[in-house]
Design a protein around this ligand. Structure first.
Ligand SMILES: *Cc1c(COP(=O)(O)O)cnc(C)c1O
Length: 609
């Protein structure tokens, strides 16, 4: 069967077009014209197309407000988006018949610039979706207030190790037919006010289901909501069933179809919308008493809506699942701990090392367990290569001359208050004394603050101020514009990965898993994934004790300093063989488990089956 190059539908004999001596067939004049207008664009396109059968075979629809697949497609802000991208890559490797849906943010997240005082400036991202995504021809519309909002879609194909592809459908409202306001609905990720955000979520949930069906994805057995942002899809499914056959609202049938992953361990982190906004936006879409029954009386709580309409519910680490269960005792909440996509996050030098000793590691990251047999000197040299690459980058960018012999500590993640980037500087005198008595260290920080997060922005300034206090004693750099590429350079190039979240707010955390894939141990608060990943002195070190459930800044800082002074620095400089043994266990014990191949298999077994 010949496939249309534009939309992937079955091509017809009558719509043919000759170009450079070859004949191309299309499904319709529309597609043929699209090709005629710019044939080279489609020919050089790396995307493949699907025939109708392949589309019908897809069984799982994965909805996420952000997906981070590549640093040149800036449709993510942090952990949630990167996780979604890694998850999809493993689905492609493992041939899980899934289709993913998200929004196309035309102005991306933002490019971060910092001035000498650490003030964050946000510059718009310039990117052209046409360079990376294939436009699809189907349009759907949804009703918002009293008007129609039209939605089109773009496709990106994630290709797995054996060539299996997972389509990501990016929804886009930038269409002639729409009002100026509606055209801009997918300009910004997490920008704008409540109303803007509400409409974005309606586009994702309601528009997403309609788009899937219009594209021919008629075999979907599970709708997976990656966080509550997509919960409106449950209302559209209810509506659809009623339109199709049932005279009554069939809540149970929708629940059978839905899977919900919650990512936030604090109630304030859950999206909530005032009902005057919701009622105004949805109008006749669905009776308002149904929305209140499912989403809460006072405000529409998107988490509650997802909880009420999902058969399988899970948190993103063991502890996070337990906390979510306590928060919502009337639901049954399980855990599937997050992971990272192994071959995405292993740096070039470690790739070569694994290829030599564990040839099948990309297909089968569980076999990273065999890292236990890699000789010490090879692990160390491989790490030094990655470290030198990072150090060259830092020295070129900042002019601060850091060196490759000093213990290098990395801290990079969203600059959010609960992550406490400044905890390590809470007693600079003690830190200076440790550096003098126990051994030298240097720090590399990075991370963007959300444009509306004043506390997050302050945190960046505090690091810059601390770096000035420490000048001449301990080198501290803050790298601008943390993104996927910089993250990879950092997690592979530092000697130690630091994480100091306030308990119990780190649902999982994933950057430490990326570090483990490159043989970099963590020093972290026992929260999120680290409760499962930390074996003291074997895979890294803990800050604080497992017993205290709430964080105390002073106690945590003191524990952090003790670990640096008495365990970490001496091992790094004096017990180098032992240090390398820890690196090896970070790979063998943690990378072999905290990867998305394992995570996807758990979703298939526990959530999708
Ligand atoms: C991995 C990653 C994150 C998430 O890291 P956490 O440890 O979960 O905070 C955020 N941003 C980028 C660019 C990443 O690569």
């Amino acid at each position: 069967m010949v496939k249309d190059l534009i939309c992937g539908m079955t091509a017809k004999e009558e719509f043919k077009f000759e170009y450079k001596g070859k004949i191309f067939y299309f499904c319709s004049n529309l597609c043929k014209n699209e090709f005629q207008n710019s044939p080279d664009k489609y020919l050089k396109h790396r995307h493949r197309s699907y025939d109708a059968e392949k589309i019908k075979e897809r069984k799982i629809a994965y909805f996420s407000m952000e997906i981070g697949i590549d640093s040149s497609i800036p449709t993510y802000s942090g952990g949630l988006g990167i996780l979604a991208g890694d998850f999809i890559k493993s689905c492609a490797d493992l041939k899980v018949p899934l289709v993913a849906i998200t929004l196309l943010y035309e102005k991306g997240y933002f490019i971060q610039r910092l001035d000498a005082q650490g003030n964050q400036q946000e510059l718009p991202v310039q990117w052209n979706p046409k360079d990376f995504l294939k436009p699809l021809l189907k349009k759907v519309n949804i009703k918002i207030e009293t008007r129609d909002v039209f939605i089109r879609a773009w496709q990106y194909d994630v290709v797995g190790v054996s060539g299996y592809t997972i389509p990501i459908i990016f929804l886009d409202t930038d269409l002639e037919e729409n009002s100026e306001y509606d055209k801009g609905l997918n300009d910004y990720l997490y920008g704008g006010d409540q109303w803007y955000r509400l409409l974005q979520e309606i586009v994702l949930g309601v528009g997403g289901v309609r788009m899937l069906h219009s594209l021919g994805y008629t075999g979907i057995k599970k709708y997976h909501m990656n966080e509550g942002h997509a919960s409106f899809l449950t209302l559209e499914l209810l509506n659809e069933m009623k339109r199709n056959k049932d005279p009554e609202w069939n809540f149970d049938a929708v629940r059978e179809l839905c899977v919900f992953t919650t990512h936030t361990p604090v109630p304030a982190g859950h999206d909530q919308f005032f009902y005057d906004l919701v009622d105004n936006a949805l109008r006749e879409f669905i009776p308002s008493d149904i929305v209140r029954m499912l989403g809460g009386e006072e405000r529409l709580n998107m988490t509650l809506l997802a909880l009420n309409q999902s058969k399988h519910i899970n948190g993103v680490a063991k502890k996070h699942g337990e906390i979510s269960q306590l928060m919502f005792p009337e639901y049954s909440i399980e855990s599937i701990t997050n992971g990272v996509h192994s071959s995405t996050w292993v740096c070039d030098s470690f790739k070569r090392l694994y290829d030599k000793y564990i040839p099948d590691w990309k297909n089968d990251p569980f076999s990273l367990r065999y890292a236990l047999s890699i000789p010490n000197d090879e692990i160390w040299n491989t790490h030094q290569e990655a470290k030198n690459k990072l150090i060259d980058y830092v020295n070129k960018k900042t002019g601060i001359d850091i060196d490759s012999e000093t213990l290098t500590i990395g801290f990079a993640r969203r600059a959010a208050a609960y992550k406490r980037a400044d905890l390590v500087f809470s007693d600079v005198d003690r830190l200076i004394k440790i550096a003098k008595d126990a051994g030298k260290m240097q720090f590399i920080f990075s991370g963007k603050a959300h444009p509306q997060d004043a506390m997050g922005k302050d945190l960046i300034k505090k690091i810059i101020i601390a770096s000035k206090w420490l000048e001449g004693k301990i080198k501290v750099v803050y790298l601008e514009n943390y993104d996927k590429e910089l993250a990879k350079l950092l997690v592979s190039g530092v000697d130690l990965w630091l994480n100091t979240p306030r308990k119990p707010q780190e649902a999982s955390g994933t950057s430490g898993m990326k570090a483990a894939h490159n043989g970099v141990p963590s020093l972290s608060i026992l929260d999120g994934w680290w409760i499962e990943g930390c074996i003291e002195d074997i895979t890294g070190w803990s800050i604080g004790t497992p017993q205290n459930t709430e964080s105390n800044d002073q106690q945590d800082a003191s524990s952090l300093y003790d670990k640096l002074e008495f365990a970490i620095i001496p091992t790094f400089y004096v017990g180098r063989e032992y240090w390398i043994n820890i690196m090896r266990h970070a790979i063998a014990i943690n990378a072999s488990f905290f990867n998305t191949h394992r995570m996807v298999q758990q979703y298939v077994l526990n959530a999708y089956e």
